[in-house]
Structure formats: structure tokens, C-alpha cells
Ligand binder design. Structure first.
Ligand code: URA
Length: 324
């Protein structure tokens, strides 16, 4: 087995586990396990340790197969439950979004974050370039939320948010907010924002004297939470993703819609999560499928890759405010 010393990383070099993860065949942690199992060669020699840097010229194989250069760009919708943090590893050891994903998902990143107590739609992708472009404020994709908050507010108060608001020197852009109903000491409000700043909904509503006690993201750009059950993921088909992105965003993100989709490689002995854990229980009656995007044909308009339709209420947006 080859023991190459871990040297300082050159600009063109990266840790081998990172390179394997980027190729989409395993998470970084699984790549390290696969290396420890002696299944990876570097330039013809079996590696014993992941503490190795590699560059573009190095030849890597896993189980005798060359490392594929790139995986197809993919996007998933995840219905995030409360209580999960949107970070790869939490210093406080709290459960993460990534811990809860099916074992057979490739390595993915979240497109933006939701707070630990926020529920609803989180977009996941295996393509860092796509994540960056979608989350970028200039892309202007609308994030739509439903919030339950303690306190009193009028529609006239909410209308003032249309001009944007500055809170503690932080500027928030225009917010479309609708008072849906009053429920005891709480109000339910639907909000549409285009930014993605830290705790933006909570801070904006706090500014109006409200305390948010439930927050659900209903949609992000053209993608809708719809009736996707809490804790489940659903992949967006390549054709739909391509249409919804449009050519401009696809080019900016440097997406790859041509390469094949690969099955991830698992370390030996790693238990597979049973399919039942990943999907809705089989004894539940099937729900009618509703599309989770607003316009499959991808009307074009500006950077967003879809037209003004995105700004209207989606036909399959979560309908009534959830009870509770
Ligand atoms: N705004 C918030 O306050 N929290 C979120 O998780 C998302 C938007």
C-alpha cells in the first residue's frame, strides 16, 4: 500500500476524499472509509490513508474502475422537518438535514439554509455551481413562506414592507406580505421575499412586534413544496430542471445535463436504510401527484429563467394555513 506524506495543498490539488466526493460517487466521509478499506488506487498503487493530495494529472480508481470525471447536475426537493440544522456537521452535535437523507443519495449541498425550527422546502443539489447561482440575490428567485406569529398586526402594517425595511443597519428588500387570518393570539401571514438573509422573516416580523412561532417555506423560485411529506425527498427530473433554469442560469452555473447519473459507492458493511424509511409508508393511501414546479415549459424572463408567473401564487402551493 502506498503511504504518500500529506503535503501542503497546491492550488490545483485537493484531498483525495474531496475529489472522490465531487465526482459524486460517495460522500467525503464514505470516500475516506472506502480508502481505508483498500479499494482506492492512486496512479496504480493502493492507498492506505486519505491524507493524500491529488491534482488533475493523478489517476484514481475505486474497485478497479477509473473515477468518473463528473456527474450529471441534479436537484432534489426536501421537506425539512423542524429540529434539523442545515449544516454538514454541527459542532453541538444536533441532527442535520444531511443525516436524515436516504443512504442512496449522492453527496449534496443545500441551496441556502433554513433555521433549525423552520420547516418546508429546502433545495438540495449535487452541483456546487448550481447552488451558488440559485442562492445568489441577483438571481432574484422568490422564497415564499407561511409564518405563524404571536401578536397583532394589520394588513396596512404589512403593506409598508413593500418598500423594504432597514433593521439595525441591515437593509431588507421589498416584501409582499398578506395577513391570512387571526387565530387566537396568533396571526398567519404569507410572505414573499427575494433575498435569503439570515433569519430574515423572523427579524422582519419582530420589527413589527410579532414573535414567529412557526415558519414554513412553501416555495423557492419555481419549485413548490406542494404535498411532499415532511422528511421526504423528491428528485426534480433533468428535463424540468433544465426548462426551469433556462439557458442563462444554466450557463452561469456551468451545469452538466449530459453526463450519466451514478449510483453511489457505499463502504463495506454500511447498513442500507430500508426503503420504507425513506418513502411514505406503504399503507398510506397514495396521494394524487401534483407538480412541484410552476411552469414546466420555463417561461423566460430576466436572470431567473422563468417569467412573471413565478411572482403569482402557485396553483399547487400549500393551500390553507396549517393548523396548530
Ligand atoms: N427566515 C427566517 O427567519 N428563518 C428561516 O429559516 C428562513 C427565512
Amino acid at each position: 500500500m502506498q503511504e504518500r506524506p500529506a503535503e501542503p495543498i497546491q492550488p490545483t490539488e485537493e484531498r483525495i476524499a474531496k475529489v472522490i466526493a465531487r465526482a459524486g460517487v460517495a460522500s467525503r466521509r464514505d470516500a475516506e472509509a472506502i480508502i481505508a478499506e483498500g479499494r482506492v488506487t492512486l496512479n496504480g498503487e493502493t492507498l492506505a490513508s486519505p491524507a493524500v493530495n491529488v491534482g488533475p494529472e493523478d489517476k484514481i480508481t475505486i474497485d478497479g474502475e477509473p473515477l468518473p470525471s463528473r456527474e450529471r447536475t441534479r436537484l432534489w426537493l426536501f421537506h425539512k422537518p423542524r429540529g434539523l440544522v442545515t449544516t454538514a456537521r454541527d459542532p453541538q452535535g444536533r441532527p442535520t438535514v444531511f443525516d436524515s437523507l436516504p443512504e442512496d443519495m449522492p453527496r449534496v449541498v443545500a441551496i441556502g439554509r433554513l433555521d433549525i425550527n423552520t420547516e418546508g422546502l429546502l433545495l438540495l443539489t449535487n452541483d456546487g455551481g448550481l447552488a451558488k447561482v440559485i442562492a445568489h440575490p441577483e438571481t432574484g428567485w422568490t422564497r415564499r413562506y407561511r409564518a405563524r406569529a404571536h401578536g397583532e398586526v394589520t394588513q396596512a402594517d404589512l403593506d409598508k414592507l413593500r418598500n423594504g425595511v432597514t433593521i439595525d443597519d441591515m437593509e431588507y428588500g421589498a416584501v409582499e406580505a398578506t395577513l391570512d387570518r387571526v387565530q387566537g393570539d396568533n396571526v398567519w401571514i404569507t410572505l414573499a421575499l427575494k433575498e435569503g438573509k439570515n433569519r430574515e422573516v423572523k427579524r422582519i416580523l419582530e420589527h413589527l412586534g410579532l414573535q414567529v412561532n412557526r415558519l414554513i417555506r412553501l416555495s423557492f423560485g419555481p419549485f413548490q413544496l406542494g404535498d411532499l411529506e415532511s422528511g421526504l425527498v423528491e428528485e426534480v427530473r433533468t428535463r424540468v430542471l433544465k426548462d426551469q433554469l433556462g439557458q442563462t442560469l444554466a450557463a452561469e452555473a456551468g451545469v452538466d445535463f449530459e453526463s450519466p447519473v451514478r449510483e453511489p459507492i457505499a463502504p463495506f458493511g454500511k447498513p442500507e436504510k430500508p426503503a420504507a424509511e425513506r418513502r411514505a409508508p406503504a399503507d398510506r393511501p397514495p396521494r394524487p401527484r401534483t407538480p412541484r414546479f410552476e411552469d414546466e415549459r420555463g417561461g423566460r424572463g430576466g436572470r431567473s429563467g422563468f417569467g412573471d408567473r413565478e411572482r403569482g401564487r402557485g396553483r399547487d402551493e400549500a393551500p390553507a394555513a396549517p393548523r396548530g
